[in-house]
Unconditional design. Structure first.
Length: 238
């Protein structure tokens, strides 16, 4: 559903509806799903007792990747869906979670976090620019943020996949072009350090997916990279 307008409550309602099938559906494409965690952790520059915000956390799988890379990191998982928070608590009872009521007004003090990881979230925010402003507000000077989201070119492939294979769906969303995301970041006080398109071929035999990654790696900063279904943005708060 690529609506022109929606509320954070509608986003919450979607993820509540699919909370019971979320992990099962992701496990059907686990290598592609988990790539977001492996890639993101490599950009976070994790070392020492850092305060890390994982927003939105879904089933808190990112928490395990972060703690595996840096056991001294203090990870706070923030999620808008109560249903997914219950899923996370059942699978990972050791994680620390906090409930979000809105992406536009985060329940944190100013300048709290050293690192922010926001994977496949901004496309769901009713007010994406305000969401980025809030992430900037709650981050300390020099904080690193790793953000990922599908690009606008992923809308048709997503609809085709959903029709053929089902899945948990995306609910209210708008996949932004990488140019749009870069403008949002510049407007909200984030300095872009790196942008990378990934996952050119999300399904199929492993050799085919690996071939796709070689192609997209070779053609970064071209339209080919915009075809990757997961775009990463590495930013710093100055």
């Amino acid at each position: 559903m690529g609506k022109k307008g929606w509320t954070d409550r509608e986003v919450e309602a979607h993820w509540d509806r699919v909370a019971d099938i979320y992990v099962r559906e992701n496990d059907r494409v686990k290598a592609t799903h988990d790539q977001r965690f492996r890639e993101a952790v490599g950009y976070l520059e994790l070392s020492g007792p850092l305060k890390v915000l994982n927003i939105t956390s879904r089933d808190c799988e990112a928490n395990d990747y972060i703690r595996s890379a840096c056991s001294s990191c203090d990870v706070l998982n923030a999620e808008i869906s109560s249903g997914l928070m219950r899923t996370a608590e059942r699978i990972r009872p050791y994680v620390r979670q906090i409930k979000l009521e809105s992406y536009s007004d985060l329940p944190f003090d100013d300048r709290v976090f050293d690192r922010v990881i926001s994977l496949e979230t901004i496309e769901h925010a009713a007010e994406p620019v305000q969401f980025l402003k809030e992430l900037n507000r709650v981050s300390r000077t020099g904080a690193v943020m790793v953000l990922s989201c599908p690009p606008a070119t992923s809308e048709v492939p997503y609809r085709i996949y959903s029709c053929l294979f089902g899945g948990h769906g995306e609910g209210p969303h708008r996949f932004p072009s990488s140019g749009t995301v870069k403008k949002w970041l510049a407007r909200t006080g984030w300095t872009l350090l790196n942008h990378k398109g990934t996952i050119l071929i999300p399904v199929g035999p492993q050799w085919l997916q690996q071939w796709g990654e070689k192609i997209i790696e070779k053609f970064q900063k071209t339209f080919i990279s915009e075809l990757g279904i997961r775009q990463f943005y590495v930013c710093r708060k100055q």
